[in-house]
Design a protein. Structure first.
Ligand code: URA
Length: 310
């Protein structure tokens, strides 16, 4: 059975209906650093615009039609289209879509307290970062969380997955993607020959659960993003797969809808980024699962190409 067929089977859909493809610090030091960055700072605005209808509508077509233009056919073209080092992988377009022009500017300059906090976090090793997240009181979410959700997996992984924020189960267990969406995510990883904790690190933009699973607020993202930024810098993956509109727009600092962010290789701190749908969305929207498979194939190609130059 092909990888794609296995993926679709793992996702629980038949192959009959598919979407139309249109055009190391000591602990004491860690704790003191954590306290230092927990200090309240001035508000920093980050533009995250609610765009709930951005995911597009798929129309069913037959497998035969889908097979006429599979992702696999893009592979030879990618041989020449994607450069060999991760830092440059997004500088050239992949075969099916051009790299986007620069996205929105970063927003207002942080004040000096925020800049100091960000600089402290940017210098942390894993133990300090762990402790800083665990003890963070930089936004109001600390008052309602059960656990912080730092992230899980191989800290030297070649793959990094970034979601939005912990939900109820994640808040209770302190681990990302452990609910229904997490099961689907595990299936998606399995279809790629990956597994949670094996060459994959999974994290969220927010480390604490927004109450009632409401959307994260810009000030919360602004306080939490330095943690994710440091995690990415420490893992230094070959490719980042961003799950869902919110995480994609936060990480890439854009308001572009997810339907337009997909299919293009972006960059974050020089690391190639591929955007796909959030597993929770895929649970509700059967028809976009095949598109998610295309995204993962693109991520695999970017990953492999980056490895070829390593
Ligand atoms: N959704 C997310 O984005 N992250 C989680 O950890 C769980 C659900």
């Amino acid at each position: 059975m092909s990888r794609r067929a296995r993926f679709l089977e793992a996702l629980g859909i038949t192959a009959e209906w598919l979407p139309r493809t249109r055009a190391d610090a000591p602990q004491a030091q860690a704790v003191s650093e954590a306290v230092a960055v927990g200090a309240p700072v001035a508000e920093v605005a980050a533009a995250v615009i609610d765009d709930a209808i951005a995911d597009g509508i798929a129309e069913p077509v037959t497998v035969a039609a889908q097979a006429a233009a599979p992702v696999a056919q893009a592979a030879p073209a990618l041989e020449t289209a994607i450069p060999v080092v991760p830092a440059a992988a997004a500088a050239m377009p992949v075969s099916r879509a051009p790299v986007e022009p620069p996205l929105l500017p970063a927003g207002p300059e942080p004040d000096s307290a925020q800049a100091g906090r960000e600089a402290a976090i940017a210098a942390m090793a894993w133990p300090a970062l762990d402790a800083a997240v665990a003890g963070c009181t930089a936004c109001g979410l600390c008052q309602t969380r059960t656990n912080t959700v730092f992230g899980v997996g191989d800290r030297q992984a070649e793959w990094m997955l970034v979601g939005e924020a912990p939900g109820e189960n994640e808040d209770l267990q302190g681990e990302p993607f452990v609910g229904q969406a997490g099961k689907l995510l595990d299936n998606m990883l399995g279809a790629l020959g990956l597994a949670r904790g094996r060459n994959v690190f999974i994290a969220n933009v927010l480390k604490c659960r927004p109450p009632g699973n409401r959307n994260p607020e810009p000030a919360e993202v602004a306080q939490c993003e330095p943690f994710l930024r440091r995690q990415i810098a420490l893992v230094r993956p070959r490719v980042i797969v961003v799950l869902g509109r919110f995480a994609a727009q936060s990480l890439l600092r854009t308001t572009t809808p997810i339907g337009k962010l997909r299919g293009t290789v972006h960059t974050y701190e020089g690391i190639p980024v591929v955007v796909t749908y959030h597993p929770a969305y895929l649970l509700r929207t059967l028809t976009d699962k095949a598109r998610a498979w295309e995204d993962l194939c693109l991520a695999r190609e970017v990953h492999d190409r980056a490895g070829a130059g390593a």
